[in-house]
Design a protein around this ligand. Structure first.
Ligand SMILES: [Zn+2]
Length: 329
């Protein structure tokens, strides 16, 4: 019989490190913070490693992978922020030389970034495989995060869309709802599934009129074509506290209930927490517990993918608050 729950990590995430610049928050210590809290609580976290290049190119443009590889292999031990101007750059002969795929100025690449990004994707895919094999609850401690990465763009500290890769695999076996609880809208995940009805995307996030990524996450983005009516955004004010959040959460969950999914994929971001250097909300542990309870109430096989969360003093404890509640049933 498959075990009831399973927690996985890949320490190859440490390959994504370097001279990212003062204050850059997406650092290896995030995983240390989460691991410390999980271990203190008595959770066993299993190490798993894979390099799922073929699976990644089933969802992401081959050219984007090649671009990331080329960019990174040209570097020494430093890190650099890739150019963001879209389109094809031509060299002196007029031939296309390279294309840019990054959509912001906040996503540094280091020499070994591809190893880490691929490992995170591998962890998400292993999570999906375990859920398919009968494990009821899987937590994949992915780093770097993934929900800002789309089919042919990356940014927002993300390179490959871990949650989307997992959801795509699960969708071969049944309907999938992705519930994105990160402070930021998952523009990549939304783009990937925007015209599909077999994968629902529901997100609570800070109002993109003011908050990153600013280009998507509005209520009128409801899907297109076959996917019309399978995308729900719940933008919330920049000063959202527990009360505002817990009023909005049931509305978001209602969309998930209506869809009645066979599988649930959670993009778990904790950057809505009070004091997060990236977010502006003031959520306490209670909000993470309550959202965990809502997930448990669904009672369907669930894969939790780690996304953002940057306040190292509380990140691990907030993750545990969610996971404890999400498994209780
Ligand atoms: Zn975030």
């Amino acid at each position: 019989m498959a075990s009831r729950s399973s927690f996985i990590v890949d320490h190859a995430h440490k390959a994504h490190d370097g001279a990212f610049g003062y204050g850059y928050p997406e650092i290896p210590a995030r995983v240390d913070s989460i691991m410390a809290s999980l271990e203190r609580t008595g959770y066993e976290v299993e190490e798993f490693h894979s390099e799922p290049r073929d699976a990644i190119v089933s969802l992401h443009a081959h050219d984007m992978l090649n671009y990331i590889d080329r960019f990174c292999s040209s570097m020494d031990d430093s890190a650099a922020y890739p150019p963001v101007l879209p389109g094809t750059v031509r060299d002196g002969t007029g031939h296309p030389r390279s294309q840019t795929f990054c959509f912001d100025l906040s996503t540094p690449l280091a020499r070994r970034t591809p190893e880490a990004a691929m490992a995170a994707a591998g962890l998400a895919l292993e999570g999906a495989a375990r859920v398919q094999a009968g494990t009821k609850f899987v937590y994949a401690l992915c780093r770097p995060p993934g929900h800002h990465a789309g089919t042919d763009f990356f940014g927002g500290f993300c390179f490959f869309n871990n949650a989307a890769l997992a959801a795509d695999v699960l969708s071969k076996q049944g309907s999938v709802a992705i519930l994105d609880l990160d402070y930021h809208h998952g523009n990549g995940t939304q783009q990937i599934f925007y015209e599909r009805r077999d994968v629902l995307y529901v997100s609570t996030h800070a109002d993109p009129t003011m908050a990153y990524p600013q280009i998507s996450g509005f209520t009128n983005e409801t899907g297109a074509g076959e996917g019309e009516g399978y995308n729900f955004n719940f933008p919330l004010p920049l000063n959202t506290d527990d009360r505002t959040y817990l009023e909005a959460l049931p509305r978001a969950m209602e969309s998930v209930w209506d869809f009645d999914p066979d599988f649930l994929v959670i993009s778990l971001g904790l950057d809505g927490a009070m004091g997060d250097p990236v977010g502006t909300w003031s959520l306490s542990k209670e909000s993470f517990e309550k959202s965990g309870e809502k997930v448990a109430e669904m009672g369907v096989p669930t894969l939790v993918i780690q996304e953002g969360g940057y306040n190292l003093r509380r990140l691990g404890d907030d993750v545990v608050a969610f996971l404890d509640a999400a498994q209780a049933s």
